[in-house]
Design a protein around this ligand. Structure first.
Ligand code: HEM
Length: 129
């Protein structure tokens, strides 16, 4: 996919990209924000191919946990790991926009300046009375 990003050796995928891999020959799924390519595991799954295909291309965390998979099953996951789910760009972008927006700084700055001025006048008033 085009929007594959690497950081510290980890490949990040978006949920949009995971969604493309939803067939019996090419199936990915997400469990706890990690992305797994389970194409070669479908036929080996003790719980059956069907349940996995239902989750292909999606976040299967809830269904995976609902079954109460064994420690063995959790360790098996490791061999199908291909990357991690990237935080949706909109979350990062909205934080960036909020912090970089001048209104975020200007309003508190004006408030502090106003309080400072009021305090100065208050001191002047006290001296003159
Ligand atoms: C790559 C991900 C998965 C792996 C490695 C995996 C592995 C296993 C293993 C090893 C078992 C045997 C029982 C155990 O050791 O807990 C099992 C059973 C089962 N799994 Fe998965 N599983 C995966 C994903 C899923 C998902 C997403 C679902 C549900 C949609 C699911 C549903 C089941 C069911 C229903 C059983 C049968 C439980 C039983 O017979 O008591 N599995 N799985």
């Amino acid at each position: 996919g085009g929007d594959k990003r690497r950081k510290d050796g980890v490949t990040f995928y978006t949920l949009e990209e995971v969604k493309q891999h939803n067939t019996s020959t090419d199936s990915w799924l997400v469990i706890h924000d990690r992305v797994y390519d389970i194409s070669s595991f479908l036929e080996e799954h003790p719980g059956g191919e069907e349940v996995l295909l239902e989750q292909a291309g999606a976040d299967a965390t809830e269904s995976f946990e609902d079954v109460g998979h064994s420690l063995d099953a959790r360790e098996m996951l490791q061999q199908y790991l291909i990357g991690e789910l990237h935080m949706p760009a909109t979350v990062i972008d909205s934080w960036f926009l909020l912090i970089s927006s001048w209104t975020t700084w200007l309003i508190p700055a004006l408030a502090v300046a106003a309080i400072g001025l009021m305090y100065r006048y208050y001191l002047v008033e006290q001296k003159s009375s």
